[in-house]
Design a protein around this ligand. Sequence first.
Ligand SMILES: Cc1ncc(COP(=O)(O)O)c(C=O)c1O
Length: 453
Amino acid sequence: MSHQEHGTVVVGADGKKHLQVLQNLDSATVRQLHREYMMPSTFHYYPESLVLQRGDGMFLFDAEGQKYLDFFGGILTVSLGHCHPEVIGAVREQLGTLGHTSTLYQNEWIVRLAQKMAEITPGNMQQSFFSNSGSEADEMAVLLAKLHTGRQEIVALRHSYSGRGMYAISAMGHASWRPIAPVMPGISLMPAPYCYRCPFGQTYPSCDIRCADDVKEVLATTTTGQPAAFIAEPILGVGGFITPPKEYFQKVLEPIRKAGALFICDEVQTGFGRTGTYWNGIEHFGVQPDIMTFAKGIASGMPMAATITSKEIAASFKGLTISTYGGNPISSVAALATIHVMQREDIPQRAARLGNRLRQGLLALQEKFPIIGDVRGMGLMQGIELVEDRKTKEPSAKRANQMIEVLRRRHFLIGKGGLYGNTLRIAPPMLVTESQIDEALAHLDAGLSEVSV
Ligand SMILES: Cc1ncc(COP(=O)(O)O)c(C=O)c1O
């Protein structure tokens, strides 16, 4: 073994020098290299960031070998847990067969995945375009809607998040994630279905879903009346798991359809069984999207995203398009293996059952701790919003920050989010067990006791 300036190389059985992929750098060294060579805008949890080195199912291990129970799954991405053997097996085999083609050539894995996507999405969703991230999937959806309708305007929701492209930044529903003023004109941000902090000061159900009704006002006052599309997440993920009332989408889509606009459903967080019972979050709301986008959970952690629509809408894209890495064979087989395991394990039902156990536990914690203002979500996508005072609902980002720090010390990882940074996001890999849900609730109980004082 020899040490070089840029890493360690090992001499293999073939007598050649090979790069040693894992060099077991300690956390302090990684943090120091990060400070030196990574752009400082990259956001991390925890004042002293967590340096991860290995994953196994529900667990992560840091550079010092400490083990953590993971209830955030790399932002709802590692659907089946870390390094799932069947996903790794498929990826390994594919790596040794054919790793890259670009979309200039066809291959069997991408079409088999497209066929699966048509099977697990509702209605007439049939033709897919694959890319590498949720940002790209949403960008493609917006482009398709504009091409199909011949219109330009988009209606999106406040508190929504579409990623980091110029469309996404322009449609961003959070000032903190928008580093520059919107650069794409023609985007209207309408009030979100945020019942706990109703933008109209009303209460569900007596509100009669006033926030959905507001779309008429938005169309009449901020658009030409002829937008290309309305885009929404079934549950607003980065927004802090804001969960619309069950009648919301039917009501909001009526004026949208009347105006001749399409509905783009962003399932980047809510897709692939996450919300329980159904494969897609939107199926809880009894409406049919025109275009759907997926990423995160689709391939259990491999970079992969999909935009799916009807044959008719897909045919409106007359120009040329490619994606160099989109739908590459390695990510495609990771997605195929993920869907195969999900179907075998009936993940949507499993997420409903375990999500219900988690939800009941969180509601019990809300009884016990006045700092929990709201519990919301569906399936294995549950959030709790922390407040200083339940009556004033003053958001408590301070307690949310303390909480994830305390939980880290207990070797338990969750996410946080929301406009005020005060919502804890709990979304474990979906092969989580009953006893791990109970363990998670015990950690949350202990953490809430500590930060309530
Ligand atoms: C709902 C939603 N859409 C789009 C994106 C963008 O995905 P990506 O980070 O893969 O570009 C995200 C990312 O968090 C998301 O939550």
